[in-house]
Ligand binder design. Structure first.
Ligand SMILES: C[C@H](O)[C@H](O)[C@@H](O)C(=O)CO
Ligand SMILES: [Mn+2]
Length: 416
């Protein structure tokens, strides 16, 4: 079947596939830098463990060990992914001059100048994240620590990150989404669950007292249900993060990571619930298997439903900030990055090619609604996707992995 034939099938249902392609092309999706190096970063001992309740598993050869290697790998991914990309950096990816080093609370915009140059040369915006993990001062609690000195350190880190985010937004001419996530929590039943939350709240207030233009820097608070080693209580729980964002709507927005809920909860249903109250929300799209395992995003039912809700709720009009958050060290990392990014794009395009069936729901015509929802599944979407790839100048399915394999053989295998 050709694109023209597929387009006619969709047109019969009232869907303009050319318009869907044109719409998706300009929607920014944030590509996380940390898939390329297993979330290690460059600012502390590269042999340090990944902490904060998150973990990568696998030992596939070719992990990026330097900024240059990571940038080269990101370039490979950018070539293979359609649509508008933003880069998503963590503070731990600061780049220092030879012989220089600054601890996290002393990081400055200039430590991200090389990333700005990288983004400028590629027309990318950049999102940012303070890094409250994988650091000697993050062995226990960070922003919720009972130790004033530890809290001070991390608050100062948060403030430094606001300044860096303002710099990224200004230099690149696009808003910077700055996401705050800490792994603060307890392995076993705590004696006090409220004290840490009061301290976390006050620490967030202090971080957000750093001046910034909310139109250009969008701080987010990301919640989590539990992490490895913090199974009993997470300080930044869903109720905490949502309440904080609701009480501080002029300063920050809530971020939902679809790996951060109980396994039967779905973030797709939470999108309209939150957009009923918040003007903007942010998402981390990932794939949890039994826990927050951060597997590569597949084109599974929940990814499709998430994207349908983004589209239906006006999320593409800037109300939903879309970012990816997965990291798999057991397969070729460039392929992992690419598969996940392309799948999110596929799910968004599918959603844009879905007829609006609200009228059937409102007239209680659930039989027809189900039939039409099921029949949509066998529409010739593959042709629409292939056309989108061609319009964006990236390879269609089946035509990109050979290049990744060649890069693996020529470049990745030579890395120690
Ligand atoms: C590296 C990310 O910031 C991190 O994955 C965080 O967003 C998270 O989801 C932790 O589980
Ligand atoms: Mn996340």
């Amino acid at each position: 079947m050709s694109y023209e034939q597929a387009k006619a099938r969709y047109a019969a249902l009232g869907i303009d596939t050319d318009a869907a392609i044109a719409r998706l092309k300009s929607v920014p999706v944030s590509l996380h830098c940390w898939q390329g190096d297993d979330v290690r970063g460059f600012d502390t001992d590269p042999a340090k463990p990944l902490t904060g309740g998150i973990q990568t598993t696998g030992n596939y050869p070719g992990r990026a060990r330097t900024p240059e290697e990571l940038m080269a790998d990101i370039d490979q991914v950018l070539k293979l992914c359609p649509g508008t990309k933003k880069l998503n950096l963590h503070a731990s990816y600061a780049i220092f001059e030879k012989g220089e080093w600054a601890d996290r609370e002393k990081l400055e915009p200039r430590h991200f100048k090389k990333w700005v140059d990288f983004c400028k040369a590629r027309g990318l915006g950049c999102d940012f994240n303070p890094t409250f993990f994988s650091h000697p001062k993050a062995e226990s609690l960070t922003l919720s620590s009972p130790e004033a000195e530890v809290r001070r350190f991390w608050i100062d880190h948060g403030k430094a990150c606001i300044r860096i985010s303002s710099y990224l937004a200004e230099e690149l001419g696009q808003p910077c989404i700055m996401n705050i996530w800490t792994g603060d929590g307890f392995k076993d039943i705590p004696a006090d669950r409220m004290g840490p939350r009061m301290r976390y709240r006050e620490a967030l207030d202090e971080i957000l007292s750093e001046p910034y233009d909310f139109a250009r820097v969008k701080p987010c608070v990301e919640s989590k249900v539990f992490g490895i080693g913090v199974e009993a209580c997470t300080v930044g729980s869903a109720e905490f993060a949502l309440s904080y964002a609701a009480m501080n709507r002029e300063k920050c927005i809530p971020l939902m990571d679809n790996g951060h809920y109980h396994p039967t909860e779905v973030v797709s249903d939470k999108i309209p619930a939150l957009l009923t109250f918040f003007r903007e929300i942010a998402l981390h799209i990932t794939r949890p298997i039994r826990w927050d395992s951060d597997h590569v995003v597949r084109l599974d039912d929940e990814t499709q439903e998430l994207c349908r809700e983004i589209v239906r709720c006006g999320g593409l009009e800037g109300r939903v900030k879309i970012a990816l958050d997965y990291f798999d060290a057991s397969i070729n990392r460039i392929a992992a990055w690419t598969v996940g990014f392309r799948n999110v794009q596929k799910a968004l395009l599918m959603a844009l090619c879905t007829p609006d069936l609200t009228a059937l729901q409102n007239k209680n015509r659930w039989t027809e609604l189900m039939i039409l929802q099921e029949e949509q599944k066998t529409l010739p979407f593959g042709e629409i996707w292939a056309q989108y790839c061609r319009v964006c100048g990236v390879p269609v399915d089946g035509e990109w992995f050979a290049g990744v394999k060649a890069y693996e053989n020529e470049i990745l295998k030579r890395r120690g």
